[in-house]
Design a protein around this ligand. Structure first.
Ligand code: GLY
Length: 372
């Protein structure tokens, strides 16, 4: 199975390839076409982490070398805590040692951390060289690899340092998900369900019809292909209408307002990004019902889908309501003292609003506290 999703950005359009065994074709796609995306014979710096590289590194290096690229590798330790300027320095050191030039490129093979860091290093090395994204986690496939947001964390906050830098090509090989831990698969599914609510009601219906969504092995090849292509299409649609987040792109933050607050209060431990977003979606849905924007039955369907995916839908025990409310007010989406929310209006449509009173917020969050 192979699908091509165009991302029609005016300055630099590119394609997302969703293809079984796609990583073996990476080189052919980079040199192929009328104008090669990266010139044959050029240098490519492959950035990955040891665990991912162990699984897929040889195949990717072979796919790139056999069409004539000179490939060097830079391995970085895995994990969000290494998403720092220090790791970027390591990529620069490799770029220097390997004499990367303006026409060379970097290839990111990994999850969101590797993708964001490689993208940022490519955005800044020699004032910007090409980057190719080869995401290996479901979250990175459907979100981080598309749209050009790159960067690293600052000790004071996530993704505070960054740049927009669109990739030349994104290659998604569904088969690499077989080595992804189940919990990370579910975290990616939270973002997939998000696309169903904010953009694509057919995707939502497909997910509802699936017997199980909690593990890769229970999802058929056909459904997984549809999940990936429809999610990437949703992201491509939104990003191509609003590349730099002047408006529409903010809808991708559905579930993220409360999600980010939960994640940061838990110090990014015990709850991962997708799980936090799932909790945030339940909260946003309940707020929308309270404001008569959304039907209760739709909120119940969203909840059922998240539960079918074994994602958390309650505020974790031990997280105090007052702390959560305080954190929400300091979220970066706060403008003029009001919290911005993305709220659903139907299936496949959301709106941005700051008209959520503290009382509504508090009473919805109270109903979502875990009973211990
Ligand atoms: N992950 C949100 C965005 O790309 O805008």
């Amino acid at each position: 199975m192979k699908s091509i999703i165009p991302v029609p950005l005016p300055r630099q359009p590119y394609e997302v390839m969703v293809a079984t065994d796609g990583i073996d074709h990476l080189g052919t796609w980079l040199v192929g076409g009328e104008t090669p995306l990266v010139k044959p014979g050029q240098k490519l710096l492959l950035v990955s982490n040891p665990a991912i590289f162990k699984h897929y590194g040889d195949r990717v290096v072979a796919a790139l070398s056999q069409v004539g690229y000179a490939v060097e590798t830079c391995l970085l330790p895995a994990g969000e805590r290494y998403k720092t300027l220090k790791s970027i320095q390591k990529i620069y050191a490799a770029a220097l040692a390997f004499h990367l030039e303006r026409k060379s490129a970097m290839v990111a093979l990994g999850g969101g951390v590797i993708g964001d860091m490689t993208g940022f290093a490519a955005a800044t090395w020699l004032r910007g060289i090409s980057v190719v994204q080869v995401p290996t986690s479901l979250l990175a496939m459907v979100d981080a690899s598309i749209g050009g947001k790159t960067g690293v964390n600052h000790p004071q906050g996530k993704n505070l340092i960054g740049a927009f830098h669109q990739p030349r090509l994104v290659v998604i090989d569904p088969l690499v998900l077989k080595t992804l831990p189940a919990r990370e698969f579910r975290a990616g599914m939270a973002e997939v369900i998000k696309y169903g609510v904010i953009w694509d009601k057919q995707l939502f219906a497909m997910l509802e019809a699936a017997p199980r969504l909690d593990q890769y092995r229970y999802v058929s090849d056909e459904l997984l292909h549809a999940i990936l292509t429809r999610s990437c299409q949703a992201k491509a649609d939104v990003v191509s209408q609003d590349e730099k987040e002047a408006g529409l792109r903010a809808i991708l933050n559905y579930g993220h307002t409360i999600g980010h607050a939960v994640e940061s209060l838990m110090h990014y431990r015990g709850v991962n990004h997708g799980e936090a977003v799932a909790i945030g979606m339940v909260a946003a849905g309940a707020i929308a019902v309270r404001l008569n924007l959304w039907d209760q039955s739709l909120a119940a369907r969203q909840l059922a889908l998240l539960q079918k995916t074994s994602l958390p839908t309650q505020i974790p025990a031990g997280l105090a309501l007052d702390d959560l409310l305080r954190a929400l007010l300091s979220d970066k989406k706060v403008e003029a003292g009001r919290v911005n929310f993305i709220l659903p209006e139907s299936l496949g449509r959301v709106r941005l609003t700051d008209a959520v009173s503290d009382d509504v917020l508090r009473s919805v969050l109270m109903t979502m506290q875990a009973t211990v």
